[in-house]
Design a protein around this ligand. Structure first.
Ligand code: GLA
Length: 692
C-alpha cells in the first residue's frame, strides 16, 4: 500500500501472494504506474483504497455522505498512514467539512486473512447524513476477470454463479434485514482458477443485515471489489463527535484456487471467530423438527428419546412447539414459558429423562419475534417493529420485536435467561424466520440497529451462560456470517436435508466455514421439502462431513436403515476429531461427480467422500484422484462399508479394498482409483492412512 502522508487516500500497489521482503516498493510503483491518457484530468485521479466522488473520480465511491450546507464535496486535507507489523492504519481528514475516516487493515500472521475495519467520525459542526460507508474498497488486479457469487432462496441456499465481470457494475443487494439466503461472500478469479489452483480473491462481509457486494470494472480496466452494509435513506445521521463503524470485512487471496480460500478461512475462523464453547467435541444431535414437527406430547418425546439413545445420539434438541399455546406457526412467539398442557411438570421430567439416557438437552427459540396472537403482543402491542398508524404486515404470521429499544431487549433477555437458569439446557437453536420490514428500529427508519441489538442480546446471554452453545438458524441458512458466528457455535445451513441439495449447500458454506460449524443432519426419505428418496448410506455419508445430526424419526426406520444410521453415527464418532480439525478440500471429479475430503495436517490420514448425484454420462466413470496427499508416502486405502448397494454388483475387482490396498500418494494423485461411480446417488467413503 502506498500513501504519501499528504492529501490523497492510499493506493494499493499490490494485493496477492506474499512477496519477498527484499522487494523495493518504489520500483514496484514505477512498474505499475499509468502514464497520462487523453481525455482524463490533467492531474491524474487514480484509484485509491477509499475513493470519493466530486473531484474527478468516475467510479464507485467508498463513502457517500451529505450535509445540507456542506461547502464542497468531500476532499482529503490530510492523510496519515502508520504501519506496524501486520497492520496498516490510515487516517483521512476532510476539511472544511469536518469528517474523519479511520481504516485499519490487519493481516492475521497465521492465515494471511486480512480484516478491514472502517470508522467514520463527524469532527465538524454540522449533522452528517451517511448514505454509504464501504467496509472495504479493494482494488484488484486486471487478471481477476471472473466473479463467483451466490444466489439463494429458502431451502435453496448458496447456488453459485460464475461469470465474467461485466463492464460497469455487478452488484448484489440484500434487503431482507438478515444476512440472506445467498450469504455475504463473493470472489474474483482468474479465468483458469478452479478448485485446486489459480488466483482467487475472496471477500466476506461480517454483517447479519442489509448489504451490498459489488464488483466494478471501469472503462480503463481498473477493477474493485466493494462490500458494505446497506443503509436506508435517512437511517444514519451523525451529530458532531459521533462515530459510525462499518461491519468488518475479511479478505483472503490465494494462488491455490477455491481450496486456497478455505485453507485460509478455516483456520482463521477456528482461531479468531468461533467462540470457545465451539471447540468442544461436537455431539451427535437429534432434532425433533422433521420427525414430529408440532405434533407431539411428552410421552412421545420420551419414546423418541429412548430410541435416539439406542442409536448413539448424544444431544436431544426439542424444536418448535414446546411453549405456551404453540401448536402451529400461527401463535405464541414471545411467550417463552413451557406449555403446561403438553408438559404438566414443565420441561424437567423430559430433560431428566434425556440426561438419564446419557444425552444432553437442546431447545429451539426465536427470541427476536412476536406473534400477534401471543400474551406478549397483547401486553405490549407497540413492542414490535412497526410504523405508527400503518398496517403491520406479517411473515410466517409473525412480527419482528424492536430489540433496539432497551426495555424490549431487557424483557427478552430476562425470559431466555430465566429459561436457561431454570433448566439444564446445553444448546439453543436460535431461529429468525422473517425478513425485517418495515425497515425500522427504535422507532426510526433503518434495520441495522436491530441487527446490532441481536449481537448485544447474544453477548449478554453468553456472558450469563458461557457453557450454552448456540446455533444460528434463520429459516435455514439466512443468517450465516462471521459476526453472528463470533457468538454462535454453528449454523443451520438450510431447511432442506435432501442430501443432494446438501452436497451443494455444505460445499459452498465450506468456502468460508470449517465443517464443524456446519450442521449436517440425516433427513427422512422421501425428503419433506424436495420429495426425493435417497438411501440411508447416501444421506448419512453426506452428513458426516459437518456437525453430524439426525432429523429422521428413528422409530420409523427399517431394520437395515436403522443399522446403517447407527453404523454411520459410530463412524462419525470415530473420525470427528479429525474431521473437525483437519484440512477440508473440495474438488470436482469428471462427469458430474464431486469429492470432498478431510486430510490431517501432517498428511497422515484422510477421509474422502466421492459422490455421484445424477446418472453418469459414461458407464465407466473417470477415476477418483486424490489431491493434498504426500506424493512420496505410501497409503493404505480402504473403501469403508457398507458399500453403496447400487454399485456393489460391479465390485469384484475391488474386493481387496475392503481390507486395504497400498498406493503411493503420487499414484493416488495422478492415476486415482476407478470406482463404480456412474450410478446415480452413489456415495463412496474412502479411508486413506499413511502406511510407511
Ligand atoms: C425454521 C427452521 C426450522 C425449524 C422451524 C420451526 O423454519 O429453519 O429448522 O426450526 O423454523 O418452526
Amino acid at each position: 500500500m502506498l500513501g504519501d502522508n499528504g492529501a490523497n487516500a492510499p493506493r494499493l500497489l499490490y494485493f496477492g501472494a506474499r512477496l519477498p521482503d527484499t522487494q523495493d516498493l518504489t520500483e514496484l510503483e514505477l512498474a505499475q504506474a499509468v502514464g497520462w491518457r487523453e481525455s482524463t484530468p490533467d492531474s491524474p485521479v487514480v484509484q485509491t483504497i477509499f475513493p470519493t466522488n466530486g473531484w474527478g473520480w468516475m467510479g464507485e465511491p467508498a463513502l457517500r455522505t451529505y450535509a445540507p450546507d456542506a461547502p464542497s464535496p468531500v476532499s482529503w486535507s490530510t492523510c496519515r498512514m502508520e504501519s506496524t507489523d501486520g497492520q496498516i492504519r490510515t487516517e483521512l481528514q476532510a476539511e472544511p467539512l469536518g469528517l474523519n475516516i479511520e481504516l485499519v487493515w490487519v493481516l492475521d500472521p497465521e492465515t494471511d486473512v486480512l480484516s478491514a475495519h472502517t470508522t467514520l467520525r463527524n469532527t465538524g459542526k454540522r449533522s452528517l447524513h451517511l448514505a454509504e460507508l464501504a467496509s472495504i474498497y479493494l482494488p484488484i488486479p486486471a487478471h481477476l476477470t471472473q466473479v463467483l457469487a451466490f444466489d439463494g432462496d429458502w431451502s435453496r441456499e448458496l447456488a453459485p454463479t460464475r461469470f465474467t465481470a461485466p463492464p460497469g457494475l455487478w452488484r448484489r443487494t440484500n434487503r431482507t434485514g438478515r444476512t440472506g439466503f445467498a450469504g455475504a461472500t463473493f470472489a474474483t478469479l482468474e479465468p483458469d482458477a478452479g478448485d485446486i489452483s489459480g488466483r482467487v480473491t475472496a471477500v466476506h462481509l461480517a454483517w447479519s443485515g442489509n448489504h451490498r457486494l459489488t464488483v466494478e470494472t471501469l472503462p480503463d480496466g481498473s477493477r474493485a471489489m466493494i462490500a458494505g452494509a446497506m443503509l436506508d435513506d435517512g437511517e444514519v445521521t451523525l451529530e458532531p463527535e459521533e462515530t459510525f463503524s462499518a461491519p468488518v470485512a475479511y479478505v483472503c487471496t490465494t494462488v491455490n484456487g477455491l481450496n486456497g480460500v478455505s485453507d485460509a478461512f478455516h483456520p482463521f475462523v477456528r482461531s479468531q471467530i468461533l467462540p470457545t464453547e465451539a471447540s468442544q467435541t461436537r455431539k451427535v444431535h437429534f432434532n425433533t423438527w422433521e420427525s414430529v414437527g408440532f405434533d407431539f406430547d411428552e410421552a412421545e418425546l420420551f419414546e423418541l428419546a429412548e430410541c435416539c439413545a439406542k442409536i448413539g445420539i448424544e444431544r436431544f434438541v426439542l424444536d418448535d412447539g414446546w411453549f405456551s399455546g404453540r401448536r402451529s406457526d400461527l401463535s405464541s412467539l414471545g411467550d417463552w414459558t413451557v406449555d403446561t398442557t403438553l408438559f404438566p411438570g414443565g420441561l424437567h421430567p423430559l430433560i431428566d429423562r434425556v440426561k438419564a439416557l446419557g444425552m444432553d438437552f437442546g431447545l429451539w427459540v426465536e427470541p427476536e419475534m412476536v406473534s400477534p396472537d401471543s400474551a406478549l403482543y397483547r401486553d405490549h402491542p407497540d413492542w414490535c417493529v412497526h410504523a405508527p398508524g400503518d398496517d403491520r404486515p406479517t411473515m410466517r404470521n409473525q412480527l419482528w420485536l424492536d430489540l433496539a429499544r432497551s426495555e424490549v431487549r431487557e424483557h427478552v433477555f430476562g425470559q431466555i435467561d430465566e429459561l436457561l437458569r431454570e433448566h439444564d439446557i446445553a444448546y439453543l437453536k436460535w431461529d429468525c424466520n422473517r425478513f425485517q420490514f418495515p425497515s425500522m428500529s427504535a422507532g426510526k427508519i433503518g434495520a441495522s440497529a436491530n441487527v446490532r441489538s441481536v449481537y448485544e442480546l447474544l453477548d449478554q446471554l453468553r456472558d450469563a451462560h458461557p457453557h450454552v452453545e448456540i446455533e444460528s438458524c434463520a429459516s435455514g441458512g439466512a443468517r450465516i456470517d462471521l459476526e453472528i458466528l463470533k457468538r454462535t457455535s454453528r449454523i443451520w445451513p438450510s431447511d432442506t436435508t435432501d442430501a443432494i441439495e446438501r452436497l451443494r449447500i455444505q460445499r459452498w458454506n465450506g468456502l468460508l466455514l470449517p465443517p464443524e460449524a456446519i450442521g449436517a443432519h440425516v433427513g427422512p426419505s422421501p425428503n419433506p421439502i424436495t420429495g426425493r428418496s435417497l438411501s440411508m448410506d447416501f444421506r448419512a455419508r453426506v452428513a458426516l462431513f459437518g456437525h453430524f445430526g439426525v432429523e429422521v424419526d428413528p422409530r420409523t426406520l427399517s431394520g437395515p436403515d436403522r443399522d446403517s444410521l447407527t453404523d454411520h453415527i459410530a463412524l462419525y464418532k470415530q473420525h470427528r476429531e479429525r474431521i473437525h480439525a483437519g484440512r477440508m478440500l473440495f474438488w470436482k471429479l469428471a462427469e458430474g461427480a464431486d469429492a470432498r475430503a478431510v486430510i490431517a495436517h501432517d498428511g497422515s490420514e484422510a477421509l474422502v467422500l466421492a459422490c455421484q448425484s445424477e446418472v453418469g454420462r459414461r458407464g465407466v466413470a473417470a477415476p477418483v484422484t486424490f489431491p493434498g496427499l504426500d506424493s512420496e508416502s505410501n497409503y493404505r486405502v480402504r473403501l469403508l462399508e457398507p458399500w453403496p448397494s447400487i454399485a456393489n454388483r460391479r465390485l469384484e475387482h475391488l474386493i481387496g479394498m475392503k481390507t486395504g490396498s497400498l498406493f503411493s500418494g503420487a499414484v493416488l494423485a495422478e492415476t486415482g482409483l476407478r470406482l463404480p461411480l456412474s450410478d446415480p446417488e452413489t456415495a463412496w467413503l474412502i479411508h486413506i492412512e499413511r502406511a510407511d
